[in-house]
Design a protein. Structure first.
Length: 353
């Protein structure tokens, strides 16, 4: 009756939080955050806690299935499935035909090791990686601005003002467990002097918007114009030259933008004042859904405000792997049409979806 806990890692998202898996009589029954892990420090999100249900899903396949000629699928034994698959893979190698493995980004070192061993066993194997949700636009903008591949993780716990543009940092975007832990610790009645002011501009009502001190309802396609007007306003108040202000593409006066889109001028003025009063202590953050041009403007605004120290290179997030380009996927399909691909394995992916 005494439970045993095993330390492990959650693989539900790129955060890879440290977890403790509680077991009774060898059966896992509960997942919690590992308090000794440096990222989540005992916290865990709903997806991480619910992931244990995958062990007990009544709709999980009990056996391999093989599609029937007349439609549908019938179960086959593991022995026959293993034999057929290994024979097919060996035949592809002997015939010089490609074995394509299509995956999402893999965070597990054990899975990566398995793939390396698979490549040694079957040397014609090639791996293709894609994700339905990713941060490619932010990475590209960061590379253009700073010539660095890896994105730094903002020091949320050191900021005094945060502006989120179409970014649900407390709900679904980024390293949400770490972000929520650091931001919520600075938004308590016990720490009024270090209280973080949170602004949010978004098109849908998110968890971040619900917790924001000021929320601006703004459609995603209007974020670029709003940000351009905000950059121009900050430049004007910090002594920026007229030519520099006029060089910002799509720029209109901030007051005019507020009137046109029914934004509270008083609240927007509070945002501008907070950003200027806390230069070097604020974070402007755009969501992954916004284009590269907006991400570059965000980087520029953080530069103007002197927020570089909150985006230190030492906090660069690790890159698990590079996504396969659309052109490479196109070439894979072309090789399949020519018969140069002997096997395609979908590892946890659903390209039809």
């Amino acid at each position: 009756g005494i439970p045993a806990c095993y330390a492990s890692s959650c693989d539900e998202c790129p955060q890879v939080c440290g977890i403790l898996v509680r077991t009774r009589e060898g059966r896992p029954v509960k997942i919690d955050g590992n308090p000794d892990h440096t990222v989540n420090r005992g916290k865990i999100c709903a997806k991480g806690q619910a992931s244990i249900l995958g062990l007990y899903d009544p709709y999980r396949l009990r056996d391999p299935l093989r599609r029937k000629d007349q439609g549908g699928a019938a179960p086959v034994t593991w022995e026959s499935a293993d034999t057929e698959i290994t024979d097919t893979l060996a035949g592809a190698v002997s015939g010089g035909r490609e074995i394509a493995v299509v995956t999402h980004t893999m965070h597990s070192p054990t899975v990566k090791k398995m793939f390396r061993e698979f490549s040694v066993k079957f040397p014609t194997a090639r791996f293709y990686s894609y994700d339905l949700f990713h941060r490619r636009t932010r990475e590209e903008a960061w590379k253009i601005c700073y010539r660095r591949e890896n994105l730094p993780i903002p020091a949320w716990d050191k900021a005094k003002v945060i502006l989120c543009l179409e970014a649900d940092i407390l709900g679904t975007e980024g390293f949400t467990v770490e972000q929520t832990r650091e931001i919520s610790a600075r938004r308590t009645a016990d720490n009024l002097n270090g209280f973080i002011r949170l602004y949010c501009a978004e098109g849908t009502f998110t968890l971040t918007g619900a917790n924001a001190d000021y929320r601006f309802g703004l459609r995603p396609e209007k974020q670029a114009a709003f940000l351009a007007a905000l950059v121009a306003e900050v430049l004007a108040r910090t002594g920026g030259s007229k030519s520099k202000i006029e060089s910002i593409k799509g720029c209109v006066p901030l007051a005019s933008f507020c009137k046109e889109h029914n934004l509270s001028e008083k609240n927007v003025e509070s945002l501008v004042k907070d950003l200027l009063d806390h230069k070097g202590e604020s974070v402007v953050y755009a969501g992954n859904a916004l284009p590269v041009s907006v991400q570059i403007l965000v980087n520029y605004l953080n530069e103007i405000l002197g927020n570089q120290s909150l985006f230190a290179a030492a906090s660069d997030s690790a890159r698990d792997s590079d996504h396969t380009s659309a052109a490479d996927f196109g070439e894979l399909v072309a090789r399949m049409d020519k018969g140069a691909v002997g096997v395609v394995i979908h590892y946890g992916t659903n390209p039809v979806y």
